[in-house]
Design a protein around this ligand. Structure first.
Ligand code: FA5
Length: 359
């Protein structure tokens, strides 16, 4: 027992000597002198069970060791405190220097746009979905009435992906638009449907100020028994007015999409020049460059739309003539550059912090 106490003493003094901070000292105190499980405390607690002749020897050594450890811990504590005081008052540590500022990021203008669009459509009773970016040829084209060899495929050239899946029935590709979600949703559910799909699309095309190879689209569609073009126009007007917080003027132009009949392109009066095709501030007769945002036409094309084609309903498995529906696909990037008056769509994916920090 005496040699055990001696070993305890040696270990404790060594640990105290090596302690580099106050919290390690506290741990050492708990290890040897802690009220419940301190190693020396346990020895002292066991004294009562020792034979009388050992009790006094062991007891006096244990008590001396306890006092010595307490004393050494106290001294070391004083020593560490004076080092801390010295360091904080020395010229190496200037506590008055301003701290390093942690820079906070913020959401990208496209993400802000996605959230705004989702909020507006949710408030109109549309459910918000995303859908797969890696799509099959079937949903991207076939099911939308664009069979193999159809000339419309040229408008939506994309990136095809080699599949490692055995017996993959339909080729894989990066979706060119969000319209494949029309059939994906309709296959699974029955009307009434009010759906808004917001997601990334890809196109194999040369880029310029209004065209990117990677773009976001907002697809909206509603299917029920008596959906008409009037519902489409009302929905688009309500959405655009809420997004731009003004009364936006729109016009519909007849167009062609294989998956809608009739089809329309929708333009809205340029918000940069107020539809005048001239830069803001330029008076009649004044010479100046035309509005860059609308290419001096006064109108900006933002979406394709129409009434869902019977062939699409057929692919979804709906009975012929039972339902009608509208659908539209908006270029989100184009909306965002209009909203913030950005002169080139390619800024959005540039990753340039000088651009991003302005939003
Ligand atoms: C389509 O993608 C159709 N799926 C839209 C549609 C949906 C029609 C439902 C009918 C019913 P389009 O290729 O025109 O159509 O693209 C729709 C919008 O996406 C365009 O008006 C434009 O705002 C945007 N867009 C198209 N290509 C690009 C591009 N390369 N870069 C940026 N925006 C683009």
């Amino acid at each position: 027992m005496l040699s055990q106490i001696e070993q305890l003493r040696i270990d404790a003094l060594k640990n105290i000597k090596e302690a580099r901070d106050i919290s390690s000292l506290d741990l050492i105190w708990r290890q040897y002198l802690g009220r419940q499980n301190g190693e020396l405390t346990k020895v002292l607690r066991g004294l009562k069970d020792l034979p009388a002749n050992e009790k006094s020897k062991v007891g006096s050594l244990a008590n001396r060791t306890k006092i010595e450890i307490e004393e050494k811990i106290k001294q070391k504590r004083q020593q560490l405190k004076s080092i801390i005081n010295h360091e904080s008052s020395s010229i190496n540590l200037d506590l008055t220097l301003p701290g390093k500022k942690t820079e906070l990021g913020h959401l990208h203008p496209l993400t802000q746009g996605k959230q705004m669009v989702a909020d507006i459509f949710s408030s109109m009773g549309f459910e918000i979905l995303e859908g797969p970016e890696l799509e099959t040829d079937y949903y991207n084209f076939e099911a939308l009435n664009i069979p193999e060899g159809h000339p419309a495929r040229d408008m939506w050239d994309t990136f095809f992906v080699k599949s490692k899946i055995k017996n993959q029935k339909s080729k894989l590709l990066l979706r060119t638009h969000t319209s494949p979600m029309q059939v994906r949703v309709m296959e699974k559910r029955k009307p009434p449907l009010r759906v808004c799909v917001i997601g990334k699309c890809f196109r194999h095309e040369a880029t310029d100020a209004s065209h990117e190879h990677t773009l976001y689209q907002v697809e909206g569609f509603a299917v029920d028994k008596e959906i008409s073009v009037a519902n489409l126009i009302y929905t688009l007007k309500t959405f655009l007015n809420a997004l731009f917080k003004t009364n936006v003027k729109i016009r519909l132009r007849p167009s062609y999409f294989p998956f809608t009949e009739p089809s329309f392109e929708v333009d809205f009066a340029c918000l940069n020049c107020g539809g005048k095709a001239r830069p803001p501030g330029l008076r009649p007769g004044e010479v100046g460059r035309g509005c860059p945002v609308c290419s001096q036409t006064g109108w900006v094309e933002i979406l394709g739309s129409g009434m869902i084609h019977p062939e699409v309903f057929k692919h979804a498995g709906y009975a012929k003539g039972k339902y009608t529906g509208f659908a539209f696909g908006i270029g989100l990037d184009r909306l965002i550059i209009m909203k913030h008056k950005i002169d080139d769509i390619r800024w959005l994916h540039s990753g340039d912090l000088r651009f991003i920090r302005q939003f």
